[in-house]
Every structure is written in structure tokens, then in C-alpha cells.
Ligand binder design. Structure first.
Ligand code: GTQ
Length: 358
């Protein structure tokens, strides 16, 4: 018969043993077993919404107070209020609001964290990525993947503002952050303007002589709003869509049909007039930006009202559902997540709410 009584193990003896272990950088798993192997995740991040009415004046104020000499990037970080000790918007992803004032250039550099930009206000901005000068128009998605040189310039008379998304928390966790400034302020433009669009922008046709099959990220650096909006409008009247996300489409790497970058997937979703979704949760957290429309999401039982240009986050494994408040206008949400990472590690799980709604 197995016995679980050990007559020698008096409290004093055990304490002495545990104390001894500390001196050798050892500790008993049996005392923290339930912390190490929880039945399911409880995110350290909280649901949170940053409203455009609070964001815009503060971005403009940063533009008045801080010059490009003082800021490698003039970014207001959207810091999750429940994550205290690191730079993070959800557990694994970072988001920030970047502003470039008229005539300015945010100098060229590269880093191993990958970035995306979703353009909010722009009337003459460019991001140059590895020598390809890419126009920035409102609603465009622009990629600056892992270790690509990039600088941002504003040749218009008005401030340019966009939402940044980066995998900084994830790459920090993996201790794989590298950063390098370009030797000049701005990199030379080495190919005709917006070359990645010229080559890959159709999506179903690509230059046959270029082998980009070994690249881990999309060879297309710009996903123009015009095409995104046209695709949503074409599809929305024809389909039921997802019960959890409405008419959601993923931005794809045209070579693979997969996510745009190995660490970040980007989506856009239309909630049709009056549409409301069922609640679900998944292991990935999500950062949303309201492109247009008014509505609310219920996240972990809390109602979050949103309107144009607001940004909100849903932590991983947290139930959420979306409602378009208008019976006349569609609502459109852009979002980004770390699903490619979870999927490739067999850690992506999704669960519908048992009652459909919270
Ligand atoms: O534009 O390269 O939000 O380097 C944070 C770090 C943006 C950028 C951010 C960056 C950038």
C-alpha cells in the first residue's frame, strides 16, 4: 500500500529542507503546482478602450512639445492599465499612436520586432521600407516586418497620425530584440514608388521570376483602403459571415494565403447595419481600431461603447461580442493579433460562449 505519511517530515524538518533548497536555486514544484499549471488562462491584461477624443489632442500636443531630435519615434504608447512592469497593450502585442508633423521625417532604423501601421489621418505621408517609398492614405495598412529599414516622412501641410502595432512584448519575452539606426537620417529610395504594390498588389498574380517563397513575411507592404473597402462591400451582402465576427476578412501574404507576418495577423470586419455577434473567446488577445461606425462590444461582461478612431483591446481567453448600434450604417473594425504564433505552436484555442451571449 502507498503511504503518504512521512514520519521524518515534521514542519521543522520541511522548513529546514526548503530553506536549504533556496541556497542551491532549487524549489519544490509541489507547493506551486496550481500556479504553474492553471486549468485555463487568466490574462494579466485588462479590457480597455482609448477614445479618439482623448487621443487626438494629446498626439497633437506631443507634436508641439517634442521634436524629432528628442524622439526617435513620437509615439504615445497605449499601455494596458493592468500590466505594470513592461511595455504592452495586450500580453504579447504593443500598440501606439504615432504622429509626424508637416515637413518632418522620423529617421530610418530597423529592429527585429515587426510593425504594422493603420493610417488614421494622412494627406501626403510616406513610409519607405527597404528602399520602397510607400504612400500612406487613411485606412491603408502598411507593413514594416522584422529587420526591414523604415523611415516615415510627412510632405503635407497637416500632421499625419497612425496606429502602430508591434510584437515588442513577445520579442522581448524571447530575448530577441535587436535595433540598428540607419547611417543617414533618411534611406535612399532605390525602386520605383510603391513597387511592392506594382508587383504583388493584385494578389492573384505575381511576378514569376521573383522567388520570395523563403521569405517569412508578405512581399506586399501596402494594403490600400480602397481595395479593403471594396472587398467588404462586395462580400457583405452575399454571405452570413462569422457568427462571432460578422463579415471578417484576413489581410494575406499573397504568396502563401497566410498571415501578413509570422508573428502578427491583421483582420478587418464589417458589422452590417443592426448586426450583433455571438460571444466567443480565444487564446489570442486582440487590439481593435474603429475605422467607421458606432457600436459597442461586451468584453468580460463589461459594455464598451465605441465610435470612429477609438482603439480597444480584448485580452486573451476573454469572452467578447460586438454590436453595430446603427440600423443604417455599417461599422468597420480593423484588428491585429498574435494568432500565427499560437497556431504554429498548437496553442490556438477558441470557444463559443455556452449561452451565445454574456
Ligand atoms: O515607427 O519604427 O510604435 O520603432 C514603436 C517603435 C513605432 C517605428 C513604434 C518603433 C516604431
Amino acid at each position: 500500500m502507498l503511504s503518504n505519511s512521512h514520519p521524518m517530515a515534521t514542519p521543522e524538518v520541511l522548513n529546514e529542507f526548503y530553506h536549504d533548497l533556496e541556497g542551491f536555486s532549487l524549489a519544490p514544484l509541489w507547493n506551486v503546482q496550481e500556479e504553474a499549471l492553471v486549468p485555463e488562462p487568466t490574462s494579466k491584461a485588462a479590457p480597455y478602450i482609448w477614445r479618439w477624443k482623448d487621443l487626438e489632442p494629446r498626439a497633437l500636443r506631443a507634436g508641439e512639445l517634442i521634436g524629432t531630435a528628442d524622439a526617435e519615434r513620437r509615439v504615445l504608447m497605449l499601455l494596458n492599465p493592468s500590466i505594470k512592469d513592461r511595455i504592452a497593450t495586450t500580453n504579447s502585442l504593443f500598440s501606439g499612436l504615432q504622429i509626424v508633423m508637416p515637413g518632418e521625417a522620423a529617421r530610418a532604423h530597423r529592429h527585429t520586432p515587426s510593425a504594422l501601421r493603420f493610417i488614421i489621418n494622412s494627406d501626403g505621408g510616406y513610409t519607405t521600407v527597404n528602399g520602397d517609398r510607400i504612400p500612406m492614405e487613411p485606412g491603408d495598412l502598411i507593413l514594416t516586418p522584422n529587420w526591414t529599414w523604415h523611415d516615415h516622412s510627412n510632405e503635407s501641410g497637416d500632421p499625419i497620425i497612425w496606429l502602430d502595432g508591434l510584437d515588442i512584448p513577445l520579442v522581448h519575452l524571447l530575448e530577441a530584440v535587436f535595433f540598428e539606426p540607419y547611417p543617414e537620417d533618411v534611406q535612399p529610395v532605390t525602386v520605383p514608388i510603391d513597387s511592392s504594390t506594382t508587383k504583388y498588389g493584385v494578389g492573384t498574380l505575381r511576378p514569376a521570376w521573383e522567388d520570395t517563397s523563403t521569405e517569412s513575411y508578405s512581399p506586399l507592404m501596402r494594403y490600400p483602403w480602397e481595395q479593403t473597402w471594396a472587398a467588404l462591400q462586395r462580400l457583405a451582402p452575399e454571405v452570413d459571415g462569422s457568427p462571432f465576427d460578422g463579415v471578417m476578412m484576413e489581410y494575406t501574404n499573397p504568396n502563401t494565403g497566410g498571415p501578413v507576418m509570422p508573428t502578427i495577423a491583421c483582420h478587418v470586419q464589417m458589422l452590417r447595419p443592426g448586426e450583433s455577434t455571438k460571444a466567443h473567446r480565444h487564446t489570442n488577445g486582440t487590439i481593435y481600431h474603429v475605422v467607421q461606425g458606432e457600436g459597442h462590444s461586451v468584453v468580460h461582461g463589461q459594455k464598451m461603447d465605441w465610435g470612429p478612431k477609438d482603439v480597444f483591446c480584448v485580452p486573451g481567453w476573454t469572452y467578447h461580442e460586438h454590436v453595430n448600434a446603427s440600423s443604417a450604417e455599417p461599422a468597420v473594425l480593423f484588428s491585429f493579433t498574435d494568432t500565427p504564433v499560437l497556431k504554429s505552436l498548437s496553442l490556438l484555442r477558441e470557444q463559443a460562449h455556452p449561452q451565445d451571449h454574456q
